[in-house]
Ligand binder design. Structure first.
Ligand SMILES: NC(=O)c1ccc[n+]([C@@H]2O[C@H](COP(=O)([O-])OP(=O)(O)OC[C@H]3O[C@@H](n4cnc5c(N)ncnc54)[C@H](O)[C@@H]3O)[C@@H](O)[C@H]2O)c1
Length: 477
C-alpha cells in the first residue's frame, strides 16, 4: 500500500515520516513551494525532536519524497491523508477552506479507487462535505462519483513528543461509515496500522461522525482539566494553600490520574484554543451551549495575564524603566510553535505598561519575533523595547523580575546564585511552577508561583524607577 500525505506541517510531516519508517512508500504534498524545496534539500522547516533524523533516514532509503505536484501525489497513494490546517474563522468556527480545497484537488486528479483519510481536526459533518467536493469534481469529469471513500482518523499527537506519540499511540481512532466501500476501507485502515495492533488492539473503530467528535471531546477535556486547576490555584493563593499538594492529592486518585493537572499561566498552541472555540461554535449552530467548554476558555484567557497582574501588584501599573526578563516563548517546551502562546499576551501587556522586555527561548526566538510583529502591527513602536537574548543568563542582566513562561528542561535547575548576581532585583514570577518556594526564600529570592502559598507581604520593596508615572502613555493610547 502506498501513502500520500497532503499538507506537510506538524501533523503531515510526522505522519509521513513515521509511516515511511514503518516501510510504506510515502509522498508528502504541500502547496508551499519553499517548504517543499527545503524538505527536498534535507531541511526540516519545523522543530520537532527526532523528526529531522527520521526524515533524512527514510529519504535516503527512498521511502519518502516531497512534491508540489498534486497530480503526481494523488496518483501515488492508495491512501490519501488530508493533514492541512483548520484555523479558526472569524466567528470561531473551524475554517474548512484548506480541507475542501484539497478535496477538490483530489477529485480533479483521481483516476482509480482511493481511500481519503481525514487527519485534520474537523467539525462533525466535514467528511460529508469532503465527499461532496470530491464527487462534484468527478461528476464534472464524467466519472463515477463512487470511486473513493472518506474515513476519519483524527490525530492525537503532542508537539514536542510527536514521533513517540505516533509510534506508540494510546489508541488509534478510525471512523468508517457503512456503505459501498465499508469492508475495503476498514481492511485498508487495518493494514495501515497493523504494526500498532500486534501486541494488543489499539484501534478504536467507530462511525465517522463519532470519530470527528472524539477529537474535540479529547481536547476539550484536557483543556478543561488545565483551566480547572488554574481556578484551584487562584483560590489556593487566596486561601494560603499550595496547588502542588492539591495536584498530587487528587492525581493519586486512579479515577482522576496525574496528567494535565498543572496550574500555570494558561494553555496555548495550535489545538486547544481553536478546538474548544470550534466545539462551542458547532454546538451553537445546533442550538446547544457548552457551558463547561466556554468556561474553560474564559478561565484560560484570564490566566494568561495573571503574572502581569502579580507584577503590577508589586511594581504599580507603570513599568517604565523596569526591565523584565522572560524565559520561554514557545507555547510549550520542545517546539518552536508560537500559535496562541501565552508569551504573546504577556509580552504585549508588559510593553504596553512601559517595560523593557528581554526574552530567551532555546528554539522559538525568531518565530516569536515574527508573531509579536504580527500581533503588534498597529503598535510596532512598542517592540523597540523588546529584545531577544542569546542565553537565559544574558536575559537576566539588570532585570527587575524574571517571568518563566515555558517549562523547557534547561530552566528546571538554574544556578540561582548566578541569577541573583545578574538581576537588579531577584524576583521570579514562575508561570509553570518549576521552583521550590521555600528553597528560593532561603536564598533570599522573591518568588511567586501560581497557587504556591506565596506570602505576598514578604516580597521586597521594588521602589519606583526614575521617569515612572502612574499610568504609562502607551496604556492611554
Ligand atoms: N499541531 C498539532 O499538534 C496537531 C495535533 C493534532 C491534530 N492537529 C490538526 O491537524 C491539522 C494540521 O495541523 P498542523 O499543525 O500540522 O498544521 P500546519 O499549519 O503546521 O500545516 C498545514 C500544512 O498544510 C499545507 N496546506 C494548506 N493547504 C494546502 C493545500 N490545499 N494543499 C497542500 N498543502 C496545503 C500548509 O502549507 C501547511 O504546510 C489541523 O487540523 C490541526 O488541528 C494538529
Amino acid at each position: 500500500m502506498r501513502v500520500t500525505v497532503i499538507g506537510s506541517g506538524y501533523v503531515g510531516l510526522v505522519t509521513g515520516a513515521c509511516l515511511s519508517d514503518l516501510g510504506f512508500k510515502v509522498v508528502c504534498l504541500d502547496k508551499d513551494e519553499e517548504k517543499i524545496r527545503a524538505l527536498q534539500e534535507g531541511d526540516v522547516p519545523i522543530y520537532e525532536p527526532g523528526l529531522k533524523e527520521l526524515l533524512s533516514r527514510n529519504r535516503a532509503d527512498g521511502r519518502i519524497r516531497f512534491t508540489n505536484d498534486a497530480c503526481e501525489a494523488v496518483e501515488h497513494g492508495d491512501i490519501l491523508f488530508i493533514a492541512v490546517g483548520t484555523p479558526p474563522a472569524e466567528d470561531g468556527s473551524a475554517d474548512l477552506g484548506h480541507v475542501l480545497s484539497v478535496a477538490a484537488t483530489i477529485g480533479r486528479h483521481l483516476k482509480g479507487f482511493k481511500l481519503v483519510v481525514n487527519k485534520s481536526t474537523v467539525p462533525v459533518g466535514t467528511a460529508d462535505k469532503v465527499r461532496a467536493a470530491i464527487s462534484h469534481e468527478l461528476v464534472h469529469r464524467g466519472m463515477s462519483p463512487d470511486l473513493f471513500d472518506v474515513v476519519s482518523n483524527p490525530e492525537f499527537l503532542k508537539e514536542g513528543a510527536a514521533i513517540d506519540d505516533f509510534m506508540r499511540p494510546d489508541r488509534i481512532v478510525v471512523g468508517v461509515d457503512e456503505g459501498l466501500h465499508h469492508a475495503r476501507s476498514r481492511r485498508m485502515m487495518g493494514d495501515l496500522y497493523a504494526s500498532f495492533n500486534r501486541h494488543h488492539a489499539r484501534t478504536v473503530w467507530m462511525d465517522v461522525r463519532s470519530a470527528e467528535l472524539t477529537k474535540y471531546a479529547a481536547n476539550a477535556m484536557l483543556a478543561a482539566r488545565i483551566s480547572f486547576m488554574n481556578e484551584m490555584a487562584n483560590l489556593a493563593d487566596v486561601l494560603g494553600a499550595d496547588v502542588d499538594h492539591i495536584r498530587r492529592g487528587i492525581g493519586a486518585d486512579s479515577r482522576i490520574g496525574h496528567s494535565f493537572l498543572y496550574a500555570g499561566c494558561g494553555y496555548g498552541g495550535s489545538c486547544f484554543p481553536k478546538d474548544t472555540q470550534a466545539l462551542v461554535n458547532t454546538a451553537k449552530a445546533y442550538g446547544h451551549s457548552m457551558a463547561v467548554v466556554s468556561a474553560t476558555e474564559v478561565v484560560n484567557e484570564r490566566q494568561k495575564t495573571i503574572l502581569v497582574d502579580r507584577l503590577t501588584q508589586h511594581m504599580g501599573q507603570d513599568l517604565t524603566g523596569r526591565k523584565i526578563a522572560v524565559w520561554g516563548l514557545a507555547f510549550k517546551p520542545n517546539t518552536d510553535d508560537m500559535r496562541e502562546a501565552p508569551s504573546r499576551v504577556v509580552i504585549r501587556q508588559l510593553l504596553l505598561r512601559g517595560a523593557h522586555v528581554c526574552a530567551f527561548d532555546p528554539v522559538a526566538g525568531s518565530l516569536a519575533l515574527e508573531a509579536l510583529r504580527l500581533d503588534m502591527s498597529q503598535e510596532s513602536h512598542l517592540l523597540e523595547r523588546f529584545e531577544l537574548a542569546a542565553s537565559d543568563m544574558q536575559a537576566l542582566e539588570g532585570a527587575d523580575a524574571l517571568m518563566v513562561l515555558t517549562e523547557w528542561k534547561n530552566f528546571h535547575n538554574p544556578d540561582f546564585e548566578a541569577m541573583k548576581a545578574l538581576m537588579r532585583k531577584p524576583f521570579i514570577l514562575d508561570g509553570r511552577n518549576l521552583y521550590n518556594p521555600e528553597a528560593l526564600s532561603e536564598l533570599g529570592m522573591a518568588y511567586q508561583g501560581v497557587g504556591r502559598r506565596n506570602d505576598l507581604a514578604q516580597l521586597m520593596d521594588f521602589g519606583v524607577p526614575a521617569g515612572a508615572s502612574t499610568v504609562p502613555e502607551s496604556m492611554n493610547a
